[in-house]
Design a protein around this ligand. Sequence first.
Ligand code: TRH
Length: 363
Amino acid sequence: MKQTNWTWDIFCRVIDNHGDLGVCWRLCAELAARGHCVRLWIDDGSALTWMAPSGATGVEVLTWESASQITEVGDVVVEAFGCFLPEAVERAIAQQPHTDWINLEYLSAEDYVTRSHGLPSPVMQGPARGCTKWFFYPGFTPGTGGLLRETNLTARQLQFDAASWRSALNGHCATQAQERWISLFCYEPQGLAELLLTLSRSPQPTRLCVTAGRAQSATTQACQALGWSAFGADRLHITHLPYLSQTEFDHLLWACDLNFVRGEDSLVRSLWAGKPSVWHIYPQHDLAHHDKLRAFFNTTHMPNSLRRVHEVWNGISPASMLDWPDTEPTDWAVWGQTCRNELTAQPDLCTQLVNWVMQRRVR
Ligand code: TRH
């Protein structure tokens, strides 16, 4: 099958937090790296100043409002996370029968993903009435759309020097050899103060790298509640990070021994890091995230002791983060490596998306 490069219009609206833009940016950058021409239409692209300060060759960022002037769309239109396209875009799609219209969904390990991935969704109203859009579901198993992974990820990881990265972050001060490094990216978990207390009492010293934004505010509050400075106590040393580019964010995850992540994109990046992760799942008011979390446990065969930590961290279990083990069980590390290896063996999301479009075009 001949490889073709297309023009892509990717539409994204920021609901809250950084995941919508984070996922779309990685998708745009990777498509462009593979030779495609990409336009990202975004209602609030302000976070790109730190997420992707250098931009990406082949990606043009445009405002959502300017899409109301659109008369022509690219070969492929991606509607990210059911963001509903501007009318002008739908009108253009209706006039371009060869454009593929894809609805990129949120990531889940639940069973419905394999059932729904690739299904058509006939458009019943609006300017594109009579057209079809197609569901594309990211996922962890064959039969789903896979996970975003750059072609050069493994090569970059092999070149990465974690010790130098750590020492640069420490302002080139000597890092304690036996220190365990943990990254923290979360919302406001109830067990945060307990976790900090446990780490401060652990026989092994800990460097906790707290990411900018909500995680940092929550950590500062928890430190205050414990009567500490924001930099920790006893054997816990807290580093407050500025907002990092996605590239540096990935480096942080590669450099740490354990990563607390949240949402969607950082979970995937933590899986690629091949280290144990603790996931603070995006909370939904109807508690639908409980099933989503359990599906992730089961799909990835997470060890029971790590599941219990997740249940406490996500407020599902009344147990305490004070039960955190002095040294993380070896099966956590094995789990991190196994997830990485098994998921890397599956085709990545970009490859699957491109193949899907290609197959539709050769029919
Ligand atoms: O920010 P999030 O909580 O996003 C969430 C989820 O996507 C969720 O599914 C969605 O419904 C909700 O938003 C609206 O977590 P996530 O998905 O990990 O996205 C964070 C992005 O921010 C990710 O691309 C990494 C990036 N990031 C950096 O690049 N540098 C940083 O310093 C930080 C803190 C984050």
